[in-house]
Design a protein around this ligand. Structure first.
Ligand code: GRG
Length: 295
């Protein structure tokens, strides 16, 4: 097995190529919109969700040519969410992935359309690429991503987030918000990758549990990094949660307990994979990466 760093680099290069191919060329009309879509998606980001999809695909013995398109669809939804989240009506941020946000580099109307068009493109890919052994599974995958990104998934989580600024959420309410805002798409990445191959119901349930733990761990660590890391390291504005008076794991638990919670979630994620053996090794490594990351 190649080392983790070589594997992530190979997956990141692969997903970059697939995304570059799926996105309309900037010479095609409307040029400015296509240029802005490519600006939003290409050349940045950790690509955690695609990595999770590739790793879950290894567990289900999926063809990587299938997984790469499922992974691209999830990453396009993620990129759209970042573009909209950065807009003045939401988080109002000027820096993302180390460069000016889309509404700053282009304009607000373009940023809105970029998000809309990236979301449509994600579903176009899911519907048009051969991803699964049968049409019913592929349809289920379309539904999975739709539900993960909709009002009972990511968009709903974002709505709760916006409504909670300056309000004292307790830990259960904070968790509910993050399960939707961040967790739903991370879960979709794992499950879509798995659905590209074949697995029994028990294995799907294990992956689902793993994904839920990782989704929360990702957010806990995100809160810690927002409090502790620099803007230069993160490539986005650090310290924003406290400045915006947002409830976070750090504001509720403090940094030390938040870090412990991330470790507990990592242990739960590993435990969920216990029965899946060697093919789940990349997922174990990704759990470690999510919790130990510094950016
Ligand atoms: C606008 C419908 C809508 C939803 C926005 C994901 C999201 C919901 C907002 C992003 C704000 C935020 C900081 C969320 C916390 C965790 C998170 C998703 C961080 C960004 O994801 P990374 O770290 O980013 O994977 P990269 O740039 O590496 O892809």
């Amino acid at each position: 097995m190649t080392d983790f760093s070589a594997w992530t680099q190979a997956c990141q290069a692969r997903i970059e190529g697939v995304l570059a191919e799926c996105l309309p060329a900037s010479r095609i009309a409307p040029q400015r919109l296509h240029e802005a879509m490519r600006y939003a998606v290409l050349g940045g980001g950790k690509r955690v969700r695609p990595l999770l999809a590739f790793a879950a695909g290894e567990v289900s013995g999926a063809d990587v040519g299938r997984v790469q398109h499922a992974a691209a669809a999830v990453e396009l939804i993620h990129a759209y969410s970042l573009v909209h989240d950065d807009m003045p009506a939401m988080d109002d941020d000027a820096l993302r992935r180390g460069k000016p946000t889309v509404h700053v580099e282009f304009d607000e109307a373009t940023a809105l359309l970029v998000g809309d068009a990236l979301q449509s493109l994600a579903f176009d890919i899911l519907a048009s690429q051969p991803l699964a052994d049968d049409a019913a599974t592929q349809l289920k995958m379309v539904q999975l991503l739709a539900q993960a990104s909709g009002s009972r998934g990511m968009a709903g989580g974002q709505a709760i987030d916006l409504a909670s600024v300056g309000k004292p959420l307790d830990l259960t309410e904070l968790e509910f918000m993050h399960i939707h805002k961040t967790g739903a798409l991370i879960r979709a990445a794992v499950l879509l990758g798995a659905h590209c191959g074949s697995l029994d119901e028990t294995a799907h349930t294990s992956l689902d549990h793993y994904a839920k733990c990782i989704g929360l761990a990702f957010q806990v660590v995100d809160d810690v990094l927002d409090a502790e890391a620099s803007t230069a390291t993160l490539g986005k504005t650090a310290g924003k949660d406290a400045a915006d008076n947002k409830p976070t794991y750090v504001s509720l638990l403090g940094v030390t307990r938040a870090r412990e919670l991330a470790q507990e979630l990592r242990a739960d994620a590993h435990a969920a994979l216990a029965e899946l053996g060697a093919p789940a090794e990349r997922l174990r490594q990704l759990a470690d990466f999510v919790v130990e990351r510094t950016f």
